[in-house]
Design a protein around this ligand. Structure first.
Ligand code: CMP
Length: 143
């Protein structure tokens, strides 16, 4: 299977709850390579841009408000079959439906405040990684 990249975001609820370390340990235990990582704070405007595909959805306003409500940790991950693998590791969008042992089952509290993000396709993964990290930043890491 092909090596892929996906964008993970530790969302403001996970950061506020002090779960950065636990979730990074989980990521590493699952064999993902961390390619780039930072602590960031999205403005209203940049959160709106990141989630532009959901603009017409009823939860768009609350999603943008939540994602700009505090610090988050975007992480570029790499692994064989990373898109599907990361989605397996994080579990269903709604933690009530997430399988036991998944990150959302362990750390999320609701469909909106669901601890982590994962890209839904290879193409979106690359676009989302480029949203948070410049090519120069990634190149500087020598990865
Ligand atoms: P994520 O998959 O990271 O990106 C889109 C986000 O929209 C999703 O996580 C949820 O946090 C949020 N979302 C999806 N469906 C709902 C919903 N019905 N109500 C509130 N938020 C939602």
């Amino acid at each position: 299977m092909a090596i892929e990249k996906t964008l993970c975001i530790l969302k403001p609820d996970a950061v506020k709850a002090g779960n950065i370390g636990n979730i990074i340990a989980h990521i590493q235990k699952e064999g993902f390579k961390i390619q780039a990582m930072k602590l960031a704070r999205l403005s209203d405007r940049s959160a709106g841009k990141f989630y532009e595909v959901h603009k017409e959805r009823p939860f768009y306003g609350s999603l943008v408000e939540f994602m700009s409500s505090g610090a988050c940790v975007p992480i570029a991950l790499e692994k064989e079959n990373a898109i599907a693998e990361w989605r397996r590791v994080i579990g269903a969008t709604d933690p009530a439906e997430a399988a036991d042992g998944t990150i959302r089952k362990l750390y999320a509290t609701s469909k909106g405040e669901n601890a982590v993000h994962g890209s839904d396709s290879v193409e979106n993964g690359l676009r989302e990684i480029a949203f948070f990290f410049t090519e120069a930043e990634i190149a500087e890491l020598g990865l």
